[in-house]
Ligand binder design. Sequence first.
Ligand code: PLP
Length: 387
Amino acid sequence: MNSNRNKWNINTKLNHPVEVILHEGNKPLVQPIYQSAKFAPTENVPYWDQFIYSRVSNPTTRQLELTLAEIQNREDCIVLGSGMAALTATFLALLQSGDHIITFRELYKPARTYIREFLPRYQIENTVLSLSRIDELEAAIIPGKTKLIHFESPSNPNLDIADIDHILAIARKFGVLVSMDGTFAGLHQHTGFDIDVMIHSLTKFANGHGDVIAGSVAGKGQLIKKIREMSIYIGATPDPHSCYLVERGLKTYMLRYERQTQTSLKIAEFLSTHPKVKNVRYPGLLSHSGHELAKKQMKDMGAVIAFEIDESVALSADKFCHQLKLIQLTVSIGSTESIICSTGLFFAQDLAPEDQREMGINNFSLRLSIGLEDAQDLIQDLKQALD
Ligand SMILES: *Cc1c(COP(=O)(O)O)cnc(C)c1O
């Protein structure tokens, strides 16, 4: 204990609380939350190899990054304040003015908006293709200018499956980097693909309990280093407490994901047989156009289902959501509670009517994320609302 303590007055004592130091080898099984903005460096190690300021690095955050890199089979990982921060930091770090990015209309709406509306401010141009016409990818590449291809699989909100081998082959041919947003598939999938950077919204399956916003980018060490350098200036730093909660959530990640996948298949099958439901889109169903590709690329088919209700059921998809008593109307996915929302209302208003039509998004289309409730209770709730 600091020998000066007994001379200190109350305000000094309150602002320098007693330090509790553990004996060497006396370890907590769960690492403490380093809820500190600053760390006093030791003289004996170069300052830049130590933790000094939590916008730059923090031990709780670092533990989560190491967990995420390890389970995704990637060299390194950076955790940021949201999935969107992970996306924007990646784009800003890997692209410069004069560059060109290729992406797909089957994309999370805020990501599509950022690429289309905000990157052009930095003279970063874009081409937006369709995952269903992947053969147009090669022709869209502008040699020397195209630097990044960004895609999702399965895509938000309609569960389209990207042909990853094809995208990688074209990218390698032209020396273009590939970033994938794997949020819908989860952290344990696509780990064998040579994706340059894999982005996840940790808000979803990773944390899994609906009480944290965070995001991550995992991939090649040199690229993560660039993103880290950029992120220090963007400042979209996650709070150590959020990182602790994600680390805690991850302990049950596989259990949750497995159960949610099993329940999802049951719900998807129920919906497919209901006379007032159309176009059920779940990669685990034989009827899904991407089923074969999904089986090749994924171990588990996920916990998000898209479908359309018949016009006789409700005035709109949104009105239908209000007829449900258990399943909650809100955005987001990958939580303990099942969640539903209208895809037309929340995810497509920036898309041309022609694109919406081709993508199967309309006034009656829905996205349902399956939680940890019992399957029969969810089916009962859907049944009462449909009937
Ligand atoms: C939710 C989501 C994001 C954004 O993540 P936030 O943590 O909400 O910022 C990005 N991509 C996909 C596919 C998502 O579903």
